[in-house]
Design a protein around this ligand. Structure first.
Ligand code: PMP
Length: 535
């Protein structure tokens, strides 16, 4: 028998003044009558569906198992020409159609409804699918957890921030974080308090310390909201496992915090990087259920009180242009977020919602899970490829770090200029200066690279009027044709980054460029870094 779960506790004291001031929409009372058979509705300012120019929309959707679970020649080929022909030959699709008037409007998507003004919560058919998906995959620990659609996690976070926080309050976040989250809260007078990280993400010890030492007389209200990217941590690429999530959750219960879990990379968990020489390139034969069971769980799994607002998005799994995602949270937060949605986007776009819903109904839960599994494998192949390329261009040495940093106990790859032909230099000279270090990501789309500018010759350091070494090297890469993201972007507190000037960082994305371009980028990064250190 299923375990009985309790309902969410009352967390209404976390609401911001703006959120409390939002009145229930006068139109809400009418919503329950909408769709009632025979109802003549003359109440809303609705355009007539008869004048919508689309009598139906259709598309060709890839089959759910389009992406192999093992590296194939096709994916790792560096020939675009070969790829072009092989892909068009192999691509299997099925037609997806959404008629203006569906035969079974209660179950099927009806374009006339999807394109009409709709509820901020999203299309009912989409909500039904997502509700089942959330229960199956994330297994929330309380009973009355609610989902409602949003227009992507950017919107999802912006709504959470405005619903939970007042100007002048502080937000707790990983010391390196997604810059757009900080940028959206700053203009509201909400600044980030960085919390130190280790290999599992935010440290519960550091979190407790910030909270325990908070002085309300000098610092104002103690922070009550955490913004976290626990999987594919942007920019660091770490994965927060079950034990760490439970520890963080316990601190949140103790100090009465709300957690906003921004998790766009949840399904892109890749496990540890294994160097090419020791890697077995065999097919992943794990069943979908076993694959899902092996993923680090969501915070929802530990959320017995309803203090997590989870943000999911279709951006990385279907397309960013779908501008579609959802909140999963307690019903009281969901209701306030809905009120906010009603007066901003109103509802996610009907075209996007209907296409995504029809695709999910066509694939079904099993198909969508297989699709996600395929994507996880593809991004793992890309990660491995890019790191293999770096290993070809640089001399890498793997060590287990015991330095007190967020890489403690990780296998850190230190990069030196590639050894020359041996006869030219002694073994010692050929290793030379440690230029870069990185820990291969275990999820997501990014490699976070540390640059040891402290190993530059003394005369090159801190010269008056010069840009920081991070910007200088970044400019060299860009001039040579590779654009990557400079580390300072990602500091939770840009004025006080968790590093000194002689230690730079770059975030390199392996998610989008083709394999040949990734290889070329690794060559340029190695060459320009080497030149920079030798100049
Ligand atoms: N949150 C994080 C951590 C991200 O990395 C991104 C995409 N780069 C987003 C949110 C944006 O997601 P969406 O497209 O759903 O707005």
């Amino acid at each position: 028998m299923a375990e009985k779960r309790q309902k969410a506790v009352d967390l209404s004291h976390h609401l911001s003044d703006v959120s409390r001031a939002r009145a229930t929409s006068p139109l809400k009372g009418m919503a329950k009558y909408q769709g009632r058979p025979g109802l003549i509705s003359l109440a809303g300012g609705l355009p007539s569906e008869a004048y919508f120019p689309f009598s139906g929309i259709s598309g060709d959707a890839l089959v759910a198992d389009s992406f192999s679970l093992k590296p194939t020649e096709q994916e790792s080929s560096i020939s675009w020409f070969w790829k072009l022909f092989s892909r068009s030959n192999k691509e299997k699709t099925n037609p997806i159609t959404i008629p203006k008037y569906a035969e079974h409007p209660a179950e099927d998507v009806n374009l006339a409804v999807a394109l009409q003004y709709g509820m901020a919560t999203g299309l009912p058919q989409l909500q039904k699918f997502i509700k089942e998906f959330v229960e199956k995959i994330y297994q929330p620990a309380y009973d009355d957890c609610t989902i409602m659609m949003h227009t992507g996690n950017t919107d999802g976070w912006s709504r959470c921030m405005q619903t939970l926080m007042n100007p002048g309050e502080y937000l707790l976040t990983e010391e390196w974080t997604y810059p757009s989250a900080v940028a959206s809260s700053k203009p509201y007078g909400i600044n980030a308090i960085p919390v130190a990280m280790d290999k599992d993400g935010m440290s519960p010890v550091a979190l407790r310390k910030v909270l325990a030492e908070w002085d309300t007389t000098t610092q104002g209200k103690r922070p009550h909201v955490i913004y976290t990217v626990p999987v594919g941590q942007n920019p660091v690429g770490s994965t927060m496992g079950a034990a760490r999530k439970k520890e963080i959750y316990d601190v949140c219960v103790e100090y009465d915090l709300v957690i906003v879990e921004d998790d766009p990379y949840f399904f892109l968990q890749q496990g540890e990087y294994v160097p090419k020489a020791s890697r077995a390139e065999s097919a992943d034969t794990t069943s979908e259920d076993a694959w899902l069971a092996g993923l680090a769980p969501s915070f929802l799994k530990f959320d017995y009180q309803g203090r997590v607002i989870r943000l999911d998005t279709f951006s990385k799994y279907i397309a960013p242009g779908s501008r579609l995602g959802w909140h999963t949270c307690n019903p009281m937060f969901a209701e306030r977020l809905e009120r906010q949605g009603e007066t901003s986007a109103q509802a996610p776009c009907g075209f996007g919602q209907s296409l995504v819903t029809q695709l999910l109904y066509h694939w079904k839960m099993e198909g969508y899970t297989r699709w996600l599994h395929g994507l996880a494998s593809q991004y793992k192949i890309r990660r491995d490829w890019f790191i293999d390329c770096l290993a070809e261009e640089l001399h890498l040495e793997a060590t287990t770090s015991n330095a007190v940093s967020f890489w403690k106990d990780c296998v850190v790859y230190d990069a030196y200029a590639k050894r020359s032909n041996g006869w030219m230099m002694s073994e010692k000279d050929s290793v030379g200066t440690k230029m870069l270090s990185f820990v291969p990501p275990t999820s997501g789309m990014f490699v976070w690279i540390k640059v040891h500018f402290d190993n530059l010759p003394a005369y090159r350091r801190g010269r008056e009027g010069e840009e920081s070494p991070e910007i200088q090297l970044w400019t060299k890469f860009a001039d040579a044709g590779v654009l990557i993201a400079p580390g300072w972007f990602f500091a939770a507190d840009v004025e006080n980054p968790p590093t000194d000037e002689m230690e730079g960082h770059f975030r390199v994305s392996f998610s989008n460029a083709d394999f040949a371009a990734l290889k070329k980028a690794a060559q340029i990064i190695a060459r320009e870094t080497d030149k920079f250190f030798k100049a």
